[in-house]
Design a protein. Structure first.
Length: 229
């Protein structure tokens, strides 16, 4: 093989490797999402250890398949496992989905209140925007709410520092905008982040908003030549 074709093949291989690495980076969870997934696993391990300590020596050991808890927060879920070690450990494993998802009583049930009913409308909170403000938003997308990373059970949990955003959500700041044009030009206070952070027509103070050339070309005040009653 001549040097030129060989060099071409090496270049193609390098480009394909770079593309594959880029794809892995695009689909990999963010550090914050990975941190929350690791935290969830730790909570699950702690719960499993407690149940293992309380399990009697005669606890039933199952053969695969069995049903085990797979999500503890924000939704309580069970799923099938084909792992012989998991099914045979003698705790946190049941022979049916109904037993795993039952409300805890005796040896039944992985969760005190039973599994979350995912057939109903389920809402979770995910990162909403990253710039200029960091926010969280609600979603009812089951594919998002049923995953074990990057979703939270409440806006407060999602907005907590280290959750969806490293420093938490941006605190809402009210602003002043034009609210009336006739028979008098006026500004009013709003507390809508989508308005206050849009980059135009929003002001920090009423004086700034009412200044000539700001929200109104002639500033706030009565419109001239308004017919008198």
């Amino acid at each position: 093989m001549s040097p030129r074709p060989a060099a071409t093949l090496l270049l193609l291989a390098a480009l394909l490797g770079a593309a594959a690495a880029s794809s892995r980076r695009l689909h990999a969870p963010s550090p914050t999402e990975k941190l929350n997934a690791d935290r969830q696993k730790q909570e699950a391990a702690t719960a499993a250890a407690k149940q293992a300590a309380a399990a009697p020596a005669s606890a039933k050991k199952l053969r695969p398949p069995c049903f085990v808890p797979t999500s503890w927060y924000p939704y309580q879920l069970c799923d099938v496992s084909q792992d012989a070690t998991t099914c045979g450990r003698g705790y946190l494993a049941w022979s049916s989905m109904a037993e795993c998802c039952a409300k805890q009583r005796g040896a039944l049930g992985a969760f005190q209140g039973g599994c979350t009913d995912m057939s109903k409308s389920v809402t979770c909170w995910v990162a909403g925007s990253y710039s200029p403000t960091k926010t969280c938003q609600a979603t009812t997308d089951l594919s998002i709410c049923s995953r074990n990373w990057g979703r939270w059970g409440s806006e407060a949990d999602c907005c907590a520092p280290g959750a969806a955003h490293a420093d938490g959500c941006t605190q809402s700041q009210p602003c002043w905008v034009a609210t009336a044009w006739y028979p008098a030009r006026a500004c009013g206070l709003v507390k809508d982040d989508t308005v206050c952070q849009r980059g135009w027509g929003a002001f920090d103070t009423e004086d700034d908003c009412c200044a000539p050339g700001a929200a109104h070309s002639d500033g706030c005040g009565p419109v001239a030549d308004v017919p008198q009653a």
